[in-house]
Each structure stands twice: as structure tokens, then as C-alpha cells.
Design a protein around this ligand. Structure first.
Ligand code: DER
Length: 224
């Protein structure tokens, strides 16, 4: 339906930033799917790039689209990362992790010279927090970790899929934390990050260079 057309338009637009010889951070999610599909067409036409996938699902799509892959044993700095988001605030801070790939996404995005976020207009918010914040936690003692997050004012819900506990690509659990509003995302990220048992949060702070937003009439490119 319409939102899928917006995702496709935003995802495909990002390919314009990809130049021959680049090492690309391949994000995760249904919007980035369209970036990967379009990139595969350019690779078929001779574009010479390599990508590091930020999830097993993205790795599968990259292979399907014959995008050559590499990894951090070969490169430590990527030229550009293209990723999606669940929420984008006016400072370009993000909530991510809806798809459960936030740790590898942050690893890929943080080591790229430029981070481009592709999204449909529904992801733009005035303040982060309505989308439950995904937090990746160690399975060992997750109940205690959840209690500490609760003390920060959230209702943490252990993510399940098909009646069993969701396991991330890194073998960890994800708590979807219902804060409702996050007034200071940077402060909350640091409070969570230093908690014993927390692996990583879905708050991507001060990382985004450009957002590509598709809506009713247009695809907007906004630099930070
Ligand atoms: O899980 C993630 O972080 C994804 O990037 C997600 O935030 C975007 O998913 P979508 O493009 O399928 O909406």
C-alpha cells in the first residue's frame, strides 16, 4: 500500500550517494530493502562496491541481489551507511531496533564516514519515546536488568516471536522499553548503556548526517 511506495522511494533515493569503489554499511529493515534491491541492479551494471550487512536478514538480501560482501576483518572504516529508523526527532536522533538488529546496525553505522537514514514520513516525531525503545540485554540475569530499567520509568517487555523468546543475531534478548516520552535521549542512552546487563540501546544519538524522507508528494533530502 501507500507507505510501501514511500519506503521504496526513500530507499531507492539513497543509492544516489553510492560511488564506485565504496565500502557500504548495509542497514536493516523494509525501507533499506529497496536500497539493496536498487544497488543490486547497479552492481549488475558494473558498479564496484562492497557491503557489510547489519543483520543476517540483510546479508540474505545482499546475497540475493549479488552485492559483494566484506567484513570488519578486511575494513574498519566504511564510506557510507544506509539504514532505516523507527523514529527520527528534530535533532536527527533515532530510535532503532524494531527489527532486532540494533547492535550490528550501530556497529556498522558508527564506523561509517557518513550515515544516511531512509524512512517514510511517519517516522518523523517531535520527541522520541512513543515507539518502545529496544534495548539488547544479556539473557543471563535479564530479569534483574529489566527491574533496573523499570526504575528509570519504563515498562520493559521481553520481546517474543512466535511464542518463544526472540534471540538477536548476537544471541541476546531484547527488552522493548515503554518510556512513552524520552525528554533527553542522550542522557537516557548513557544511563542505560552503563547498566550491568545492557549490551546496547536503540538510541542512535548524534550519528545521522542525512535523512531521506518520502511522503505524499515528494522525497525530501535533509542534511543535518
Ligand atoms: O530495526 C531497525 O532499526 C530498522 O532499521 C527499522 O528501524 C526500520 O524498519 P523499517 O524500514 O522496516 O520501517
Amino acid at each position: 500500500e501507500q507507505v510501501n511506495l514511500f519506503k521504496k522511494a526513500a530507499g531507492e533515493k539513497a543509492v544516489e550517494y553510492i560511488k564506485d569503489g565504496m565500502i557500504i554499511g548495509l542497514g536493516s529493515g523494509s525501507t533499506v530493502y529497496w536500497t539493496l534491491k536498487k544497488l543490486g541492479e547497479l552492481v549488475e551494471e558494473g558498479l564496484n562496491v562492497k557491503g557489510i550487512p547489519s543483520s543476517l536478514r540483510t546479508e540474505g538480501w545482499a546475497k540475493e541481489f549479488k552485492i559483494p560482501l566484506t567484513d570488519f576483518s578486511e575494513v574498519q572504516t566504511l564510506d557510507i551507511a544506509i539504514d532505516g529508523a523507527d523514529e527520527i526527532d528534530p535533532d536527527f536522533n533515532l530510535t532503532k531496533g524494531g527489527g532486532g538488529s540494533l547492535v550490528r546496525e550501530k556497529m556498522v553505522d558508527a564506523h561509517s564516514k557518513k550515515l544516511i537514514i531512509v524512512a517514510d514520513e511517519s517516522k518523523m516525531v517531535s520527541q522520541l519515546g512513543e515507539f518502545p525503545l529496544p534495548v539488547e540485554v544479556l539473557p543471563f540475569g535479564w530479569e534483574v536488568t529489566a527491574k533496573k530499567i523499570e526504575a528509570l520509568g519504563a515498562k520493559p517487555v521481553l520481546r517474543e516471536r512466535e511464542d518463544s523468546i526472540f534471540i538477536s543475531n548476537n544471541g541476546n534478548y531484547i527488552l522493548d522499553c515503554h518510556f512513552h516520552t524520552i525528554a533527553d535521549p542522550k542522557k537516557l542512552h548513557h544511563e542505560l548503556k552503563q547498566m550491568l546487563g545492557v549490551v546496547e540501546t536503540g538510541l542512535f544519538i548524534d550519528m545521522t548526517d542525512t535523512i531521506i524522507i518520502a511522503g505524499q508528494n515528494e522525497v525530501k533530502v535533509i542534511d543535518h
